[in-house]
Design a protein around this ligand. Structure first.
Ligand SMILES: [Zn+2]
Length: 298
């Protein structure tokens, strides 16, 4: 249930533990529901043969392995061929070790992010933009899509012209751009790249299958541009504190949400600053005091 204390994202959605979304794509739910992961992380069995790719691996909790086994049985998959990760956040990479303990050591493909990869006791097989990974009946092509985090890859499933969008586009809620490691400027470029692929369906890392992928990416872009217009309107010709911008943009929202909203507005302001459209005075964002930072249009 949602209340004023909870983040206003991803709540209240249920998905089956195992589902088959196409001839080549089955989903096993990571069993890690939360306000941030919605129903949990979608992990995908990709391909048509007896050994398939596992795309994302959940966060490593015990309850996930029987669900993955159930998904494998359902589609006649006898083993994991390779593991492919959209990015290194714990709810995607955290399950790799236990999956390999159960099903055997396999290659783990991911774009390197040395700072965070170092904590995991397995080797990463590095992939990047344009890398192609194949299994029987499936060809995955990586597209580098940073913004949510610096190592993020989306994958085009060539046989369907569908996209595995990781955390870039979700089946429910909107993507979080963390202040420390995210970049809204990069994220907007990544959405444009994804839109350019004209994806049919989108298989997101959280939430249900998106039937019209291209339209959904367009909505995501429009949502961010609309927020940006609201922020510029709220600034007007004045120098204003972040908290006042948050109040103007999130009018009618409970104050408990202001810190989260402040982060979101800050990621927009940092993007606008990088584009030379606004400037920040006083507290720097890195030095804390985010809500007291002063902003004006350039
Ligand atoms: Zn993530």
């Amino acid at each position: 249930m949602s209340d004023a204390q909870s983040p206003p994202i991803l709540l209240g959605s249920l998905l089956p533990d195992v589902d088959v979304w196409s001839d080549r794509v089955a989903v096993a739910l990571g069993q890690n529901p939360s306000a941030f992961t919605g129903p949990g992380t979608n992990t995908y069995l990709v391909g048509t043969g007896p050994r398939r790719i596992l795309l994302d691996a959940g966060d490593g909790r015990e309850e996930y392995l029987p669900v993955l086994e159930q998904a494998m049985e359902r589609v006649g998959c006898e083993g994991i061929d390779e593991i492919v990760l959209t990015h290194g956040h714990p709810d995607h990479i955290g399950g790799v070790e236990s999956v390999m303990k159960r099903f055997g050591e396999v290659l783990v493909h991911k774009r390197p992010w040395p700072d965070t990869d170092v904590v995991y006791p397995f080797e990463i097989s590095p992939i990047d933009d344009g890398s192609v990974i194949k299994a029987e009946g499936a060809t995955l092509r990586a597209i580098y899509t940073p913004g949510h985090c610096p190592d993020h890859l989306c994958f085009i499933l060539e046989e369907e012209q569908a996209a595995f969008s990781g955390d870039n586009v979700l089946g429910i809620g909107t993507t979080v751009i963390p202040a420390e490691s995210g970049s809204l400027l990069e994220y907007m470029d990544s959405l444009a790249r994804l839109e350019g692929e004209e994806p049919t369906r989108i298989y997101p890392a959280h939430g249900p299958c998106i039937q019209d992928g291209r339209a959904k990416v367009g909505e995501y872009i429009e949502h961010r541009l609309e927020r940006e217009r609201q922020i510029l309107d709220a600034l007007g010709g004045e120098t204003r504190e972040l908290i006042d911008i948050v109040r103007a943009v999130y009018v009618g929202y409970p104050e408990a949400l202001y810190p989260a909203a402040g982060q979101s507005v800050t990621s927009h302001l940092v993007k606008l600053e990088e584009e030379g459209r606004v400037s920040c005075e006083g507290h720097s964002v890195e030095g804390g005091g985010v809500l007291e930072a002063l902003w004006k249009r350039s």
